[in-house]
Design a binder for this molecule. Structure first.
Ligand SMILES: Nc1ncnc2c1ncn2[C@@H]1O[C@H](COP(=O)(O)OP(=O)(O)OP(=O)(O)O)[C@@H](O)[C@H]1O
Ligand SMILES: Nc1ccn([C@H]2C[C@H](O)[C@@H](COP(=O)(O)O)O2)c(=O)n1
Length: 234
């Protein structure tokens, strides 16, 4: 008999964590994956790599066909916490604010999203996956058994990003970061294709006044409760 349940036994479980920039989803997703022994997908890194490839190739970020061709053939590798584009270690380069901004621009192009779709779904492997991004719960893994939408106030997010940059030895302006973040969030939310929004069945988790470990435990508890419901056949 066909099982259309989101928790169909033949599919590895997926926990999706979506949210705006600097909400902490990457940090939380990686830790949850480590606790559960699941695979981890940082989908934003694929858009960042696409933007970086386009910049390196001298392609305009709004040349949809050219950028989509680069996305489709992205020579990306993730290994031991490092990110490679062909034989270049671009772990730090893709975290630059300019690349994040570029990623947000290319992510609004439907052909680019289409080019990256199956690549993201291929990460769904046993024993399970934790995937973070903007459309993990709405578009890429709509049947995920556990979905979370992680938020925090714009001020808290800008301060987190500021601290992160300073700790890495970069200079940063809090006012510029707030402005950049607002522009990026507005573009990610307003775009026509796969906009940033919570899936209807996502748990909303506001971490403005919540530490990382508490957020990790909240996601694990949500997953456990979704699993428990599935085992009871609800
Ligand atoms: N609950 C929290 N309290 C305080 N700091 C946090 C919290 N969650 C994450 N952080 C810190 O905020 C910074 C941004 O987190 P992270 O990179 O995980 O965000 P993100 O949502 O994945 O961002 P982006 O989408 O832009 O990649 C990191 O330095 C992280 O350690
Ligand atoms: N699933 C995703 C992931 C990312 N993007 C876009 C939008 C973001 O501004 C940009 C960079 O992502 P980050 O590394 O900051 O998470 O990439 C998207 O549209 N969909």
């Amino acid at each position: 008999m066909k099982n259309d349940s989101p928790l169909a036994a033949h599919r590895s479980p997926v926990i999706t964590i979506d949210g705006p920039s600097a909400s902490g989803k990457g940090t939380v997703a990686e830790r949850v994956a480590r606790v559960l022994g699941f695979h981890f997908l940082d989908s934003g890194a694929l858009y960042r790599l696409t933007a970086l490839s386009a910049m390196k190739a001298g392609a305009s970020l709004d040349d949809e066909a050219a950028v989509a061709a680069l996305a489709a053939a992205l020579p990306a590798r993730f290994r031991d916490g490092r990110v490679w584009l062909a034989d270049e270690d671009v772990t730090d380069a893709i975290r630059a604010e300019a690349v994040g901004e570029g990623a947000s621009k290319v992510a609004a192009l439907p052909a680019v999203r289409a080019a990256l779709l199956e690549r993201q779904r291929a990460y769904r492997q046993a024993p399970g996956l934790v995937a973070d991004g903007r459309d993990m719960g709405t578009v890429i893994f709509p049947d995920a058994p556990a979905k979370v939408f992680l938020t925090a106030s714009a001020e808290a997010r800008a301060e987190r990003r500021y601290k992160q940059l300073i700790e890495k030895g970069n200079s940063a302006s809090l006012a510029d970061l707030v402005a950049d973040m607002q522009a990026r969030d507005a573009r990610d939310t307003a775009r026509a294709v796969a906009p940033l929004k919570p899936a209807p069945d996502a748990l909303l988790l506001d971490t403005t006044h919540m530490g990382i470990e508490t957020a990790v435990q909240a996601v694990l508890a949500h997953y456990a409760s979704c699993e428990g419901r599935a085992q009871q056949g609800n």
